[in-house]
Write a protein that binds this ligand. Structure first.
Ligand code: 5GP
Length: 254
């Protein structure tokens, strides 16, 4: 296999130059981090499962007309994506109080919110991703008011659709984080969904037992982390062909 140019390495993913201009290869690692990098570990098989889960969800979203960066899955740990200009925001949607919302405002975890809330965080490791408002975002030019209109409209549709999809397999979509990018095609610019959607960036609770089926199991040392990711994939009907035995997958080529 030809050596590829690595463009970026994050905590859970690596981006390589793609086979054609305007494309990238997104590689999913098993590495996990939490608490602003304070806690580090490996969740065996996570990369394989997140590659699958994100593929599945992005394709379902494309089916209902949500533009995404996803093109196709290449192998167990890699997917081909469109190169976009990432908007430096973490867009968090909340349906149920949990995590930083509960801590910040003293709202008990598990409280159903009367309506969904969208929050924005400025993606900046040095500043520890501070929460920002639309005023900051447009004032500092991270996104235009038109970009924000598109982001809010897409985010609300994504939340409605994914909440229903997960509920159908007995999972409550508590909250999740999205990232968006600008895709330039000829003379046009479109806002598209980027990054990934997986148990790494969603809170997913079993509807009946409220059991956590996401990265909070790692963040909070709850155990059975691998099993939780597998259960999400299983309920969505997308465990890898060879089953759980296959989860280690091939080693990363560089
Ligand atoms: P919170 O603000 O409560 O910590 O997180 C809200 C939601 O966004 C959770 O589902 C969490 O997984 C996701 N999220 C927030 N920030 C990050 C981040 O930096 N990385 C990842 N993977 N997910 C995040």
């Amino acid at each position: 296999m030809a050596r590829r140019r690595q463009l970026y390495e994050g905590k859970a993913k690596v981006l390589f130059e793609g086979p054609e201009p305007g494309t990238l290869v997104q590689y999913f690692k098993d590495d996990a981090s939490a608490g602003d990098g304070a806690k580090k570990g490996v969740i065996t098989g996570k990369g394989v499962l997140n590659n699958r889960i994100s593929e599945f969800l992005m394709m379902k979203l494309a089916d209902i007309g949500i533009p995404t960066h996803f093109i196709r899955r290449l192998n167990m740990r890699e997917q081909l994506i469109r190169e976009v200009e990432i908007i430096p925001l973490e867009v968090v949607v909340r349906n149920v109080a949990a995590g930083s919302l509960s801590q910040r405002l003293g709202i008990a975890e598990g409280t159903r919110l009367p309506r969904s809330i969208i929050e924005y965080f400025y993606k900046n490791d040095t500043l520890h991703d501070p929460m920002v408002s639309e005023e900051h975002i447009t004032c500092f030019g991270w996104a235009t008011p038109q970009d924000m209109d598109d982001i809010v409209a897409l985010t609300l549709r994504i939340n409605d659709f994914l909440s229903g999809l997960f509920l159908g397999v007995g999972i409550l979509l508590v909250d999740f984080k999205l990232e968006f990018g600008r895709l330039y095609e000829e003379d046009e610019m479109r806002i598209v969904l980027a990054d990934e959607i997986s148990p790494d960036n969603c809170r997913l609770w079993d509807v009946k037992t409220n059991e956590k089926m996401d990265k909070d199991r790692f963040r909070r040392d709850l155990g059975k982390v691998e099993e939780a990711y597998q259960e999400v994939a299983k309920r969505l009907g997308i465990l890898p062909e060879a089953g759980v035995r296959d989860l280690k997958g091939p080693e990363m080529m560089q």
